[in-house]
Structures are given as C-alpha cells and as structure tokens.
Ligand binder design. Structure first.
Ligand code: SAM
Ligand code: SF4
Length: 370
C-alpha cells in the first residue's frame, strides 16, 4: 500500500497530482498518525495560500420554503413538522448591516429552492438594497434557470454555491425522488460558470451506501469542473426524513473523521480553492470547525440570522448555535480561532485565489472544461 507520506509528497508538487486510489486512501484514513500527516500537510498548503487567516461570511437563512423533497433534508417539502417562514427584505438588509458591522465583508444568502418570479424579484431587491455595504455576496438558492442566475449576478451577487451532493448519478438517485435530476444540477454549475460567478460546489460525506472511491471521485469532480469554492460536510440524519430510517454504519466519530479527511484530501488535490469548514462539523464536535481549519479549510460561515428563526431551519439533528446571537457567535469564534493560532480576516472579502488565477489564465470561461 502507498504510504501517506508518499501521497503527501506527490500532492505538494502540484495540484491534481493524485489518483483516485490515492484520494480514496486519504479519505478513508483511520490511523491517527496517518491522519496527522495528511492534515498537517493540507494545513501547510492552506497557510501558503491564505496565511493564518480565516475568511468569514455571515450566513443568512432566508427561508425554509422549498419545492424539493431531498430524502435527507429537514426542510424538505414533505416535512409537515415545521412552521414555514421567509424573511422580509427589511429583515435581510438588517442582517446584512449586522454582517457588515461585524467586519466580515462577505455574506451568504441561503434558503430552500423556489423557482418563481416573485422569489427572483425578492432576491434582486435584497441584493440591490445591500449594494452600498460593498459585501462579497454568495447565493445558495438551488437550481434556477440561467436567466435567473444572470439577473442575480447583475443585481450584485458574485458567488454561487450549489452542491452536487454526490458526483455519482446512481447514488444521487438513491438520495432523491425520481423527479430530481443530477444532470440538471450539473448543468446549473455550467450555467453559473457562464454567468461569471465564482462557482462553488460540494458533497455530503458518510452517506449510507457511499464508498471511499465515491468520495475520491467527488474530489476529482471538483477538479474536473475547475470550481473555485468547496462547501462540503458530513451527512447528519434528521429524524423527520426518509433517509434517517435507512441503516447507516457511520458513528458521529466516523462522520467527523471522514469530513476532516475530505477537507485534507481536497486541499492536497486542489491547493488554491476556498474550502469552508461547515457547521455540520461543529454539530459533531464543539471544536469541529476549528479542526476543519487545521485540516486545510480557510472559510467559516457563522450564522447571522435572527435567533428566532434558527430552529425552523434545521437541516439535520443537533444544529449548533441555536441561541447565540451574531455578536456572541463572533466573540466565541475569535476566541476559538486564537486558540489554534488563527485570526478572522476582517475587512477582506476573501475571494477564492483559484478564481483570480482562473480569470488571469483565461477569462470568465476559465479553462473551458465545464
Ligand atoms: N436549497 C439549496 C440547495 O439545496 O442547494 C440550498 C440550501 S440546502 C439546505 C444546503 C445544503 O444543505 C445542501 O446542499 C445539502 O448538502 C445540505 N444538507 C441538507 N440536509 C442535510 C443533512 N441531513 N446533513 C448534512 N447536510 C445537509
Ligand atoms: Fe430543499 Fe436544498 Fe433541502 Fe433539497 S437540500 S430539500 S433543495 S433546502
């Protein structure tokens, strides 16, 4: 078996210098010493690309109304056990002010998937209303037509996060109802690229039936699509969803380990992309997000949504920070980052270094591999 030290040495030479077998080995690592070697190398690469700084974007959970029925998600259309809400434009602008006042310089607007003129116009109004704050704006609002993506870009959004969820169409089909299409999701990623966004994607790990090879191919998919940002995290069951009753071999410790291994393997494979250390890691361990940074991630997304709404936006069981307001979250984050020798990159939008390299190399269409 190839040693982890060998894999890491090859990974350092240049991006995309690992095989699917190498990546599968990294993703499945169980030995604590081998995990340490892989994570330390990934963290060194993170420090080379981004310094000892973490780029922060406040997360606004716009609403839990969704037309989709993903079998794993707590806010899926068929879950009748929650009150549905959508923030008003005024709410969103107030939260954007809080985000800007905190010095984060970037914001993420995320919510259920709604395809309607009213929703498109609502997002445009939010974007135009916050233009004076000069924030980097990421949208995460699911599959839309290219025309809608263009309207939101014109209104001020600069980044879009659309997780492919899994690069395996077969596994995707087992996680979604028959009318949800992997191909449409992949086509949306291509449309976002054509629109000139910094494009983000990602997957869930530790899904029932998922193998280390599946996850290795996910990382190769990120490279083949030449994406700029990665937002991925472990799958965590939600009791009111069909997938929660599907037998699953993973313990919480496994989910955390695999989630961290995925971050390290992705950093070692892609080098200069932005990688988020997501809340799902924090749900599995109080310092899960900090462990994510030490495994190679460079972005965090603390919640700036009003506390009153947070319980209604629970994608999985055990969502953290349900009762901490934005200020308390920031103070706690500053302290926990200081404990690992890192700082919040205040006042900087924290664009993906890969995005700028891609634009310098070939314009908006990048490498053309989409
Ligand atoms: N609706 C948009 C979409 O699906 O792209 C954006 C919001 S959606 C809630 C954001 C992400 O939450 C999804 O891409 C999915 O990966 C993640 N998610 C949903 N249910 C989850 C669960 N049970 N465990 C971990 N992540 C989950
Ligand atoms: Fe809706 Fe996104 Fe949840 Fe799927 S993952 S049900 S699209 S909010």
């Amino acid at each position: 078996m190839t040693s982890v030290a060998d894999i890491v040495a090859r990974a350092r030479e240049r991006p995309r210098n690992l095989s699917v077998d190498d990546l599968a080995r990294l993703v499945a690592l169980e030995d604590p010493d081998e995990q340490r070697v892989a994570r330390a190398a990934a963290y060194a690469l993170k420090c080379r690309v981004a310094g000892k700084l973490v780029s922060v974007r406040g997360l606004v959970e716009l609403g839990n109304i969704c037309s989709k029925d993903c079998l794993y998600c707590g806010i899926r259309r068929s879950n009748a056990n929650l009150a549905r809400y959508r923030l008003s434009v005024d709410d969103v602008l107030r939260m954007a002010e809080i985000d800007a006042a905190a010095g984060y310089a970037s914001i993420v607007l995320q919510g259920g998937e709604v395809e309607s003129e009213a929703n498109t116009a609502f997002i445009e109004e939010c974007l135009r209303g916050m233009a004076h704050l000069d924030l980097g704006v990421t949208l995460s609002l699911g599959e839309q037509t290219e025309a809608v993506y263009r309207r939101w870009k014109a209104a001020g959004a600069s980044r879009y996060l659309l997780r492919i969820e899994t690069s395996s169409p077969g596994l995707y089909a087992r996680l979604h109802p028959a009318d949800h299409s992997w191909t449409r999701r992949a086509d949306c990623l291509a449309a976002l690229r054509r629109c000139g966004y910094q494009v983000g994607t990602g997957v869930m790990s530790a899904l029932p039936g998922q193998t280390p090879e599946d996850l290795a191919r996910d990382i190769v998919f990120f490279g083949d699509r030449d994406v700029d940002m990665i937002g991925m995290g472990p799958y965590i069951p939600h009791p009111d969803t069909p997938l929660a009753s599907v037998p699953n071999p993973w313990t919480d410790a496994d989910r955390l380990r695999i989630g961290l291994n995925m971050i390290a393997a992705t950093r070692l494979y892609l080098h200069d992309v932005n990688i988020a250390s997501t809340t799902a890691l924090q749900a599995l361990a109080p310092d899960g997000r900090e462990q994510g940074i030490l495994a190679g991630a460079n972005v965090m997304m603390p919640n700036v949504t009003d506390v009153a709404y947070r319980r209604q936006y629970q994608l999985y069981a055990g969502k953290p920070c349900l009762d901490e307001n934005a200020d308390q979250c920031r103070t706690a984050l500053e302290r926990s980052l200081a404990a690992i020798g890192e700082r919040i990159n205040y006042g900087a939008r924290g664009d993906s270094a890969h995005f700028h390299a891609r634009i310098a190399a070939g314009g908006l269409a990048g490498s053309g591999r989409m």
